[in-house]
Design a protein around this ligand. Structure first.
Ligand SMILES: [Zn+2]
Length: 95
């Protein structure tokens, strides 16, 4: 049993009673029930880490063969920034 707010009139009532006793609205479509987001922060953590690790591998292979490492450094930086942005996004969404 839970106390819910009617989505139509805003009054409180027990959810076991079904429809709102004040106005008759169905609490099943109350705005508290949200659909899960398509892409969550965990996906972005993973993508950011893959980019950073891939950049690190690229950096090593370029460094060991004497090629310029500028773009590999950028890839590491973008991966870490992506990961950090996902952390911030997750933190803001949780509040
Ligand atoms: Zn109501």
């Amino acid at each position: 049993m839970a106390i819910v707010h009617c989505p139509a009139c805003g009054k409180q009532f027990s959810s076991v009673k079904g429809d709102c006793p004040h106005c008759g609205a169905d609490p099943a479509d109350r705005p508290r029930r949200r659909k899960p987001a398509g892409v969550g922060p965990n996906t972005h953590y993973l993508l950011g880490m893959i980019a950073a690790i891939g950049g690190a591998g690229w950096y090593y292979s370029a460094w060991s063969t004497g090629q310029p490492v500028t773009y590999a450094k950028w890839m590491i930086g973008i991966g870490l920034a992506w990961y950090a942005a996902a952390r911030v996004w997750s933190f803001l969404r949780r509040r």
